[in-house]
Design a protein. Sequence first.
Length: 323
Amino acid sequence: MPDVSHFPAIPERLCWRGDSLPAGAGRIALPAGVEKELDGIVAALDRDPLPLLVLRPEDFTLDASRTFMRAVKQSLDEGPGFAIVDHLPVERWSQAGARAVWWLLASLVARPVAQKWDGTSIYDVCDLGRPPGNGVRPDVTNAEQNFHTDNSYNHVPPHYVGLLCLRTAMAGGVSGIVSFATAHEEMRRHHPDLLSRLYQPFYFDRQREHAPGDVMTTYHPMFEREEDRLIARLSHFQVKNGHKLAGVALDAEGAAALDAFEAILNAPGMAARFQFEPGQIQLIDNRALGHKRTAFRDWPEAERKRLLVRLWLRDRGSRAYNG
């Protein structure tokens, strides 16, 4: 069991609270030069389409975009751990063009990788009208989410998670991001007896994203240290399901640690919250920050329903789902 009292200090840049973040933290405006460059790419791909998966930044003139995305990545790696880009002019682009531009911009941060075992690499986040459960990811429902890291139950989760908003819901769907570094230190102060349990393994439900006949759970801790850095893999929902699938009751200390940590994440002022707007991009460090959204009520018309386009990015491991 790790002695959490002797861990090195967590970087100050990640020790933020939502209620004390400057209003412009992580927000980066899209420069006019980048927009013009991207307009040209959309026009070229509308004229001569290519499959999304073959698009590579080196095949296009992206000088301004490369400089811009270096600043975005710096906000992820050396800033608060997230970036919100305001915003792509999706209202005047074809949807195929918007997806292509998003793929190319994200590729300047890290490699897009598969988000499902079948190799799906670009993923629509929208309500499919089904309740969350084993085999139904919460991101395709309109239910409120807990704070989590994407793909916490996989062998090699994505380093970064990116969302491009194409359409918003009629009501609700407020996005929240929270710093695990800040929550970790709150846990150390208020529940030092439970913090070490989060460094011990839990069973996670793999959401049926695996080969037929493969084991349905993974077994790993919520928190790890990697080169003196705090790495989080959090999903209360998948742990509850994982222990049921494994046939192993969640121990009392583990349940208490999860509940205490979730209460900290949801405490007033901990999270930064914002409402997505069409054309906005949200990128987060998936190992340092948790994210969620509130429940939402969607438009009755199919063409107006809430739609976000998600990419998972990592330069570690392979492009395949299991990494």
